[in-house]
Design a protein. Structure first.
Lengths: 342, 347
């Protein structure tokens, strides 16, 4: 039988058993599938004879135990027992996919919104690269103002509980169908980013058009608006609120405010005292509120429509969890039952 | 491989019940590392969606109405004079404005449309003047402005750095181009005094412009860009300069010229005698004189009120639309189901 025929028979089956296979042939079988399809391959093994197979696969898992640590040293993930493969894929694999997808999209959005605001301003400075936003704020934006919430949500947010994911392995299909990171979602979030930057720039522009506003005050308004907007956007998308999530999201907004005040209290910087002057005007607060609400309306409306009228599996499972006892959140170990070894 | 029973621990593969208890290799349990922190998991229900939209509408519409009322209470007189103040027989406006021998005095008559209560703010407004141009914004030296000992610091002030080998104080294009039209007012044939103190930010006067720094070597070149400064008045008291050096964010802007502490009645006549010195003719700029009262919202600003009313109205509409949608296309929300095996999954 030629290799192509072997491949065609293999993919027509649900399960294929190969026995008396040499180490190089194990790698060959993984390679057979890898070369001819675009699917992800995973290899799991515990002995030295599994090393080439583990290295050939996209995801290699080594079991440390009876047969030494050879497989572990060659692998991407190491575990204690074979049965841990199920939570690794269904629980941690699922969570990892959801978190990574959201974080990539969110990071693009967060930075694009900030930069687009500066871009709109260029149209009104005679096409020169003046930025009304203080240089220190520009640097601190990525480092202090919006970084901690991103990191904490990427680490701690879980869309579904461990028990639900193990009970319904079909939920794993969300990752295989690329439901959380695809071109459509990327375009939506970029459009949202452009909309919010338009709101942040043009609403104050139309209000301050013939007034005595100076660059530093306008820049402070933009800085605060963008930081509050991106954090509220994140807050709307967070699924599990722990005390740490609350602390970083609201804390970042407070920290931004404090930093802007400190920066504007340094006499050697050009924007000296601008924040105090502008915070004393009612127009500043009215604009801040207007910008935040108008920026958030499309995202909120889209979320409401999507989650109620076009729910995906994960949304339905989330709603289902609400009706169950939430004991799974406190159980460190999950009791394995034969029914989940599907 | 024998993986032990269901409740097995993760300490290697040993299932021997009689062996001495091995030290567990399980990592120390903490709620944070096991990701089991107590959490709340809110879900966006129809009730929440409609409530949020209604709440926004309820907050925004009154603010919009209040803003519009405040803006309507503001009385504003705007008089563009750069075209009218050039005599009609002049064809080359640029040459006219640059000719320092011709007198540029001009008289304008303004009519007060409604009662104006003091304090009345006098502004000059410039259109198409890019104070936010990068090259322009950078052209200053803050150390020199603040500290008399740093008078020779002129970095970044190109091209207005030195004249005849000596440093210019204050250096830079911003100071060089200070607005120099002047206005005097008469109210129904009485002289109207204008208060030109405290028009700049106190923080600028105290911390950015030194009280021992005096203008030196200023506007001595062939090209006069704007105001000449009195060399015996320190920079912290040159308020017109300080106001001008707070560069405006947008190409159409106003700057405070002074305040009038007299009430003006409807149909009063204000005669303005102004010196049309400033050159906006080489770049199609416009100059206007503005007299305005102010409210809690500041000057005249219809946009804010209209924006708030629009957003409030939009939110009420969205609340109504969502209510309709939820009634027309209801979905059995999954957390109302008691049996989870009714869930059908995506194929």
């Amino acid at each position: 039988m030629s290799i192509v025929q072997l491949f065609e028979v293999a993919i027509a089956c649900d399960v294929v058993l190969c026995c008396r296979v040499a180490p190089l042939q194990k790698a060959g079988i993984v390679d057979l599938i890898k070369k001819r399809t675009s699917d992800m391959t995973l290899a799991i093994g515990d002995g030295a004879n599994d090393v080439s197979m583990i290295q050939m696969a996209d995801v290699g898992i080594g079991i440390s135990g009876q047969e030494g640590r050879q497989a572990v040293m060659a692998s991407d993930f190491a575990m204690g027992q074979f049965r841990f493969l199920v939570p690794l894929l269904l629980v941690h694999g699922h969570w990892n996919y959801q978190r990574m997808s959201y974080m990539i999209l969110y990071n693009f959005y967060r930075n694009a919104t900030f930069v687009f605001v500066l871009f709109w301003y260029v149209l009104y400075t005679g096409y020169t690269l003046s930025t009304a936003i203080n240089e220190w704020s520009s640097v601190l934006y990525s480092v202090v103002y919006t970084s901690a919430p991103t990191v904490i949500v990427a680490i701690l947010d879980k869309d579904l509980s461990r028990r639900t994911l193990l009970k319904y392995p079909q939920l794993y299909g969300a990752g295989q169908r690329e439901e959380s990171y695809n071109l459509r979602l990327f375009i939506f979030i970029m459009v949202d980013s452009v909309w919010q930057s338009v709101v942040v720039f043009f609403i104050p522009y139309l209000a301050y058009k013939n007034s005595a506003i100076d660059s530093a005050s306008l820049g402070d308004l933009w800085t605060l608006s963008v930081v509050i907007l991106v954090n509220i956007h994140l807050a709307m998308d967070v699924i599990r609120w722990t005390w740490i999530t609350h602390a970083v999201i609201w804390g970042s907004i407070v920290a931004t405010w404090i930093c802007v005040i400190i920066i504007d209290s340094i006499p050697t910087l050009p924007g000296f005292w601008a924040i105090y002057e502008v915070m004393g005007t009612a127009l500043f607060w009215a604009l801040l509120l207007a910008v935040i609400v108008v920026g958030m309306i499309p995202h909120f409306a889209a979320k409401a429509i999507r989650e109620h009228f076009m729910p995906n599996d994960i949304q339905i499972a989330r709603e289902m969890e609400k009706s169950q006892d939430s004991r799974d959140a406190n159980q460190p170990e999950v009791q394995m039952s034969t029914s989940t070894r599907a | 491989m024998n993986s032990g029973d269901a409740a097995g621990s993760s300490s290697g593969g040993s299932g021997d019940a009689g062996a001495p208890r091995r030290a567990s290799r399980k990592p120390k349990y903490s709620k944070f590392t096991q990701q089991e922190l107590p959490a709340c998991k809110p879900i966006l229900t129809p009730k929440w969606v409609i409530s949020v939209f209604l709440l926004v509408g309820v907050i925004f519409v009154p603010i919009g109405v209040a803003s519009l009322l405040a803006s309507n209470k503001v009385v504003e007189i705007v008089d563009r004079y750069d075209d009218a103040c050039v005599p009609s027989n002049v064809t080359n406006k640029l040459a006219y404005i640059q000719n320092s021998t011709i007198s540029k005095t001009c008289r304008r008559t303004l009519k007060v449309p409604k009662d104006m209560k003091q304090p009345i703010f006098v502004y000059y407004q410039l259109n198409n003047f890019y104070q936010n141009h990068r090259r322009y914004v950078k052209s200053r030296n803050d150390q020199q402005l603040r500290d008399a000992s740093k008078a020779n610091e002129t970095t970044l002030c190109d091209p207005e750095k030195t004249r005849d080998g000596m440093a210019i104080v204050p250096c830079g294009l911003i100071a060089w181009s200070t607005f120099n039209d002047t206005y005097t007012f008469q109210h129904n044939t009485n002289n109207l005094s204008i208060d030109k103190t405290d028009i700049s930010w106190k923080s600028d006067r105290d911390h950015k412009f030194g009280s021992d720094v005096f203008p030196k070597n200023f506007q001595k070149g062939p090209l006069i860009g704007g105001k000449t400064l009195n060399e015996s008045i320190p920079l912290s008291e040159q308020e017109d300069l300080i106001v001008w050096m707070r560069t405006a964010a947008l190409p159409t802007f106003r700057k405070l010229y002074g305040r009038i502490y007299v009430d003006l009645k409807e149909n009063d006549t204000i005669t303005v005698t102004l010196d049309n010195n400033y050159n906006t003719y080489s770049f199609d700029g416009k100059k206007s004189l503005v007299l305005s009262t102010s409210t809690w919202l500041g000057g005249k600003n219809d946009f804010l009120g209209l924006a708030y009313l629009t957003v409030g109205g939009l939110c009420f509409f969205l609340a109504f639309a969502f209510t309709l949608l939820y009634l027309i296309k209801p979905r059995l929300v999954a957390y109302k189901l008691s049996y989870t095996n009714r869930i059908k999954f995506h194929r």
